[in-house]
Write a new protein. Structure first.
Lengths: 430, 430
């Protein structure tokens, strides 16, 4: 399969602001073979896409979400956190089946592909069902079972991680990777985290964990262990592995030193942190100090969408008002967070996150032919500060067109809606 | 002209959460004649719109913008304010002609209609050209010349206000109203504001002014007059008139008392306040204390779009993280800001801002048939937290369809782009 994308602008992400104003991209099978200025091509193409008026960007990488929670989008907004969890989310989650999770994940994958996300990092339960949805839809994902130490079935959990890893890691033509997902410092006791660490080492797996999301967590961990969440997990050796730490909102000077020394990959989730009133992650400072900060949406319960283009804008705007400094987190840094930094967090920066020959053909074409994206003094500004995921026209993963002129190719939206309705009818008894 | 919109959900705004899940709307000429549950209709309709899967909302009211500044969208983002003004905006503004302003306004009107805004409140120069664009496009607007006291041509300025008022107030079938636009406390000396006040009184016009936008303004006014910006304008009697005060970011307890006592209409511009690092307007507190707070985007230079749906989300999210309280500014309050509160600020709440028989047929249909707007536990949550202006399918003003299945009816986007390019070529000498 060879595809030619003609006459598009290209934001390569090879350098912060490396743009071809009128360029072309060529792919063969799952790889980019050319990205640059317009040139004569000799070969035959199976598909030629007219990219005139479009901006090509690397497929966006959503480094923290819980895809199946789309089932509960908008169910209990604007109420206090504990009331929301106790009265809304947990009672529903108790009733979830694997099939519910499959369709919830499928809905989110439909949304992500439609809005330009080609890779997502997911933590939930019934993850085999999420893996199945990922394999079928053609998107790329890193998957982990979210685990707490509340029950004493620790050995079973580790056995399940081993099974899940052996069954799914590398599957879907290599699009699926498997991580271990200890939920958070306040839900995992030290002995359990030690077990997670040794299992991850044994498998050669990454860790995906929530870290320092709320002030409540900070005081709980301080009270229990006399430490910050970062000190707590670092003291257990967890940060010696490749760790994706979601949120990292409350970061002391000492924590910053740990993050830098251990190369922790921080994932900023600005809209979730705003909606749940968690606080403001010191992204600008982290980036200036050399920390790799990726971007995520968190679930569509606390966002309420998985639109990574809007999320870039929210990240940039929040840093500015948070630091009272208009130059904080410029637009191109936000794009880096959503692409190259995400790839780096996953250890996949040799194959995704940039538009460059040899890299995977994970590509997004944003249709800039909109009144709000004109004039085009600065394509990066327009993308970050004025576009949204709704402006995505084409999404390719592994060289396959998965969104074609705004339409889903591998997923049937009506079928997904129908199945979601069936799940909800049972879950809500209505 | 009679229009029937069938089978849509309707968010009436008559009460905070009054929704018809499956309803219909009937219009005749410029008015809504029916809005409620589905019913048999006997009359003939010139147009029947299938609203299945769509949410009808009152046309959105953007209470503070500078429409022609779309010409400079993205021109100089992420640089310090004074450098941006001195090196980017002002040199370009010096060269602007009436024709540039006409096309800049037309571009913004195209964007606003496409994203569900039916009324906007505009302050700039060459306002006759903006009025012409408004009249032709069919949108509703309140227009004012932005005025400073820097030059001593005050009498000429007032004469121009009288002329503009008499030529345009009430024009466009009543869609156009004219206000007086003294720019801000820090750009208008007391004697000038006195003159503005008496001219406004003479004409029966409203005042549109920037108030307490930045900490820099607060210290300038304190140094010059020993007052806060609110105390300063109130001391001159300005707040005895109907005043639309844009921004109101920095509000002391004493200022809050003035705002309440004088019934000042505050306009919150969250994305601009974030992008320029101005600070966080105490919206939630203001609303709880009974202040009428409307919503605006500010210009597309400091935003960078005029999408009022995204702006509602930003307003709600910013209040939550700003107050560290997840219940602050719930979604329905954000919708009220963008509709009924805006109408109230303009003194037009007897005709716009709600879907109700007898009101003007300023209507927007949002296409909810999107993966990110499903399931529909809460339509208001989905609208505010997950939708964007790109999801608008139909926009009606005064009972006329101005956006039809996402396409502009009265404006030619390609022509606008072409003319914008011509303007930019001259302005930028390139």
């Amino acid at each position: 399969m060879k595809i030619l994308i003609k006459n598009c602008s290209i934001l390569t992400l090879q350098e912060p602001d490396m743009i071809y104003t009128v360029g072309q991209i060529e792919t063969e099978d799952d790889r980019i073979t050319y990205a640059g200025t317009v040139r004569e091509t000799s070969g035959e193409y199976d598909r030629v896409i007219d990219g005139a008026g479009m901006l090509a960007i690397p497929g966006l990488i959503n480094c923290h979400t819980h895809s199946a929670m789309s089932l509960m989008r908008g169910y209990g907004d604007d109420i206090p956190l504990m009331k929301w969890l106790n009265e809304r989310i947990w009672p529903i989650e108790e009733g979830l089946t694997g099939e519910d999770v499959y369709w919830g994940a499928a809905l989110s994958i439909a949304e992500m592909l439609r809005t330009g996300t080609t890779t997502f990092v997911d933590m939930y339960f019934f993850m085999d069902e999420v893996a199945r949805a990922v394999e079928e839809a053609g998107i790329r994902a890193d998957l982990s079972f979210g685990m707490t130490s509340f029950n004493d079935d620790w050995n079973d959990r580790m056995a399940n991680c081993r099974r899940f890893f052996s069954e799914w890691n590398g599957k879907g033509d290599g699009r699926i990777s498997v991580s271990l997902g200890p939920h958070a410092p306040y839900t995992c006791v030290p002995e359990f985290l030690g077990m997670v660490k040794s299992t991850a080492e044994e498998l050669g797996a990454k860790i995906h964990i929530h870290l320092a999301e709320t002030l409540d967590e900070i005081s709980q961990i301080k009270e229990k262990y006399g430490k910050t969440p970062f000190e707590y997990v670092d003291g257990l050796g967890l940060l010696d592995l490749r760790v994706i730490g979601a949120h990292c909102v409350h970061v002391s000077d000492g924590d910053m030193e740990i993050i830098k020394a251990k190369g922790l990959n921080a994932v900023h989730n600005p809209e979730s942190n705003m909606k749940l009133a968690s606080g403001i992650c010191p992204v600008d400072r982290m980036i200036k100090e050399g920390v790799n900060v990726a971007l995520g949406t968190d679930s569509s319960c606390s966002n309420n969408n998985l639109d990574m283009i809007s999320e870039m804008r929210s990240a940039a705007l929040l840093q500015k008002v948070g630091s009272m400094e208009a130059t904080a987190l410029p637009a191109f840094r936000a794009v880096e967070m959503a692409t190259v930094n995400g790839a780096r967090a996953l250890g996949l920066d040799d194959r995704i996150g940039q538009i460059k020959p040899g890299m995977k053909a994970d590509l997004v074409l944003v249709d800039m032919n909109k009144p709000y994206l004109y004039p085009q003094h600065d394509l990066i500004s327009n993308l970050v500060y004025a576009a949204s995921g709704a402006d995505v026209a084409y999404t390719l993963v592994d060289g396959k067109v998965l969104v074609d002129k705004g339409e889903l190719v591998t997923l049937d939206q009506e079928k997904i809606f129908y199945e979601i309705d069936r799940s909800l009818k049972r879950l809500f008894n209505r």
